[in-house]
Write a protein that binds this ligand. Structure first.
Ligand code: GDP
Length: 300
């Protein structure tokens, strides 16, 4: 947890700096608040949450123009926590009908860290004592299936793949069917995501889900977003949520992002929680998102 905390505090340094700046001035004036807001916006927090946070602080702090560090910290902590919303259920739903696997679909634009996330998630589930099977439903790129198979081998789970250029939905179906036959607990389906080049691909995702559902319920649709892409990630979130019913967000590359505000922004946008975070390229660099730890990381 200490390691996670260290990474979080460095990964959220834009927010951390805004807060530190606010606390460091002798007297708070209009410029202080302008700077504060500009920094929050730059952290990808979004306009609405930025205004809410600033208003809450302004109400408590600037009565006599002097920031009392204790009060500032208390207000910031509670307001940030409220924005991140600790009441959301962030657990993965892996309940399934007798004789059927739980199904987790992982979706997102190529390059965001989908395949890596599938591998890391398989690792977590295996460590938790579950049997896992992967489905390589990105049949558009041969390299994608190869990469998934490599991840599978790394964490000791098998992968179902189809022919290159084959039907992604049928690969997904076969993975789930094979999971059912072999008493597998969880099937994780990796999908294709070339967002702009082929609009048909987005419809394809809906089809993959419908075809899987002929065999077993889809428990989770996890949308993978790259934390370093800011507003671009928000746009992706919107498009995907129109095609499939996203149940959770995986925010990758938080280790390389200075903009932790995206957590708040994307939850607001989609109305679904950030469930997992990626903190590196290694097999153990996936963690459940912990609101308290996140806020503590920001406030240092
Ligand atoms: P996909 O195309 O969406 O399947 O993306 P990949 O899983 O191939 O990942 C793209 C690149 O991002 C790879 O170089 C990964 O190692 C890297 N990556 C994935 N997740 C993380 C993360 O949480 N942190 C960092 N630093 N890199 C990551």
């Amino acid at each position: 947890f200490a390691r996670l905390r260290r990474r979080l505090s460095s990964s959220n340094n834009v927010l951390a700096r805004a807060l530190a700046d606010l606390l460091s001035v002798d007297r708070i004036d209009a410029d202080t608040w302008d700077d504060f807001e500009a920094t929050l916006i730059a952290s990808d927090l979004g306009v609405g949450p930025t205004t809410e946070l600033t208003d809450a602080l302004r109400k408590e702090l600037s009565v006599d123009g002097v920031a009392d560090p204790e009060t500032a910290r208390r207000v910031l902590r509670s307001e940030l926590l409220r924005l991140v919303d600790p009441t959301l259920d962030r657990s993965l739903n892996l309940d399934s009908e007798e004789g059927k696997p739980a199904v987790v679909m992982v979706v997102g634009v190529n390059g965001t860290g989908k395949t890596t996330t599938v591998g890391k998630l398989a690792r977590v589930l295996v460590a938790d004592g579950r049997s896992v099977l992967l489905g390589a439903a990105d049949t558009f790129r041969a390299a994608a299936a190869e990469q998934l198979i490599t991840w599978g081998e790394r964490v000791g789970v098998s992968t179902v793949r189809g022919p290159e250029g084959g039907d992604p939905a049928s690969v997904a179906f076969e993975a789930v069917a094979s999971g059912a036959e072999n008493g597998i607990d969880v099937v994780i389906v990796d999908t294709a995501g070339r967002l702009h080049t082929k609009t048909g691909l987005m419809d394809e995702l809906g089809k993959v889900k419908r075809v899987i559902e002929k065999k077993a319920a889809v428990n989770e649709v996890l949308l993978v977003l790259d934390a370093t892409t800011g507003q671009n990630g928000m746009m992706q979130a919107r498009v995907f949520s129109q095609v499939v019913n996203v149940t959770g967000i995986v925010l990758t590359k938080l280790d390389g992002s200075a903009k932790g505000g995206i957590v708040v922004a994307v939850q607001r946008e989609l109305g679904v929680p950030v469930k997992l975070i990626g903190l590196g390229e290694g097999v153990d660099d996936l963690a459940p998102f912990d609101p308290e730890g996140f806020v503590a990381g920001i406030l240092g």
